[in-house]
Design a protein around this ligand. Structure first.
Ligand code: GLU
Length: 448
């Protein structure tokens, strides 16, 4: 049995109830086989793969909070500190009702590779809670964030672990979390969290960064074929912060976003989501209703209940911006039949492994999320740099650096593929490039 298969099997035996974690382990490890085979003796001796799939630390804690009627509730909080070989743990916090340890481990593992690709010194971590923010009042959100931080503060720090937002955690939540951290710790350490408001150490362009970065990465992919965003149609899912940034940049560059989605279904806007419609996406998120049909009501376009755009709407590019595993094998089959040529994954692991294999076998160009959405965490890294230097850069400066980081990620991927004599496969290339840096750092630092 190969070294990779041994580690995959052992990970399966050890984590039988963690399908999402196992999915990403299988996807990543199988695609780095050229690197592992080339250096197998050294990697084996240093148990690199075994250490890579075992988080450094998994913190699970109780989060009690009181609702507006004076009733108490208890949720579970998590922080998985996966790997800090190349820098302090870094990654978002997700508040969503189906969050569990499996979700946290899959996201933290992905984050390790993603952060490595950004070229900035950040390790991988992820956290969150099964708290459901839908329908909660502002005061309830604040009390929950305060209780969450009352435990989390002891595990994080600007040089140790730097959380940020993810689904269900945006600028408002980061503000409440930071306020509580500051109250407990005393020092004004604003580098402990990213995604902060501008008045207390946040960075310009951070809210837009994931969507902007995803669009810049796609520009690199398209330019290889002599193509551009202009004139292309896009299906997006979600309508939160990530989809908002992508819609804004795509419409700025002359592309047309024709779908958005929510838990209730999707909207089809043939005129394109642009200008004030993009701004309205922010209102939809702030309303806490979590319904995309509000968009159709406001702008008079088609709303399809209980479905996703995948395989139902033809476009030049699909960009899932909602959550993991939203493109299943059946969707992939319909997508190929419709002739959609590019899948630019923005949400973390939106495609199941079967769907991914089918798409790649049928000539769909897949750009993987760990490269495509790395602009969010990369700009968090830029926020950390500004905090350390007690500086604040202009929007143009941050945007320029973001664009150059996304371009750099694409170059790292093609360089990695070239070095193994492989053809243009962005999924394998991203894993190979991300792995190399982390593995080199782990080897250099010895067994710990
Ligand atoms: N949650 C985002 C991600 O998945 C951003 C993390 C961060 O900024 O630390 O990469």
């Amino acid at each position: 049995m190969t070294y990779i298969n041994e580690v995959i099997n052992a990970t399966k035996d050890k984590n039988p109830n963690q399908p999402q974690f196992l999915q990403t382990i299988e996807e990543v490890l199988t695609s780095i086989s050229p690197a592992v085979e080339q250096n197998e003796r050294v990697l084996r001796k240093n148990v690199i793969l075994e250490r890579l799939v075992e988080p450094d630390r998994q913190i699970i804690f109780r989060v009690p909070w009181m609702d507006d009627n004076g009733v108490y509730h208890v949720n579970t909080g998590y922080r998985v500190q996966f790997n800090n070989a190349i820098g302090p743990y870094k990654g978002g916090l997700r508040f969503q009702k189906d969050v569990n340890l499996d979700t946290m481990k899959f996201l933290a593992f992905e984050q390790t590779f993603k952060n490595s690709l950004t070229s900035l010194p950040m390790g991988g971590g992820k956290g969150g809670s099964d708290f459901d923010p839908v329908g909660k009042s502002d005061d309830e959100i604040m009390r929950f964030c305060q209780s969450f931080m009352t435990e989390l503060y002891r595990h994080i720090g600007p040089n140790m672990d730097v959380p940020a937002g993810d689904m269900g955690v945006g600028g408002r939540e980061i503000g409440y979390l930071f306020g509580q951290y500051k109250k407990i710790v005393g020092d004004y350490e604003n580098g402990v969290l990213t995604g902060k408001g501008l008045s207390y150490g946040g960075s310009l362009i951070r809210p837009e960064a994931t969507g902007f970065g995803a669009t810049y990465f796609l520009e690199e992919v398209l330019s290889r074929k002599g193509e551009s965003i202009e004139g292309k149609t896009f299906c997006l899912s979600g309508f939160g912060n990530v989809a908002w940034g992508a819609a804004k940049k795509i419409s700025e560059l002359g592309g047309k976003v024709i779908t958005l989605s929510g838990p209730d279904g999707y909207i089809l806007d043939k005129d394109g989501v642009s200008a004030e419609k993009v701004d309205y996406m922010l209102e939809m998120r702030a309303s806490n209703r979590n319904l995309v049909k509000d968009y159709a009501g406001k702008f008079g376009c088609e709303f399809v209940a209980g479905a996703k755009p995948w395989g139902n709407v033809k476009a030049d590019v699909y960009m899932p911006c909602a959550r993991q595993n939203e493109i299943l094998l059946d969707d992939a089959k319909k997508m190929v039949a419709l002739g959609v040529p590019i899948l630019n994954e923005v949400s973390n692991m939106p495609t199941t492994n079967e769907a991914l294999a089918y798409l790649q076998a049928n000539g769909v160009l897949v750009a993987p999320s760990k490269a495509v959405n790395a602009g969010g965490v990369a700009t968090s890294g830029l926020e950390m740099s500004q905090n350390s230097g007690r500086l604040s850069w202009s929007a143009d400066e941050v945007d320029r650096q973001l664009r150059s980081i996304m371009k750099g990620i694409h170059t790292q991927i093609t360089d990695a593929l070239d070095s193994y004599g492989m053809e243009y496969n962005l999924v394998a290339g991203a894993n190979l490039a991300g792995f190399k840096k982390v593995a080199d750092a782990m080897l250099a630092q010895g067994i710990y």
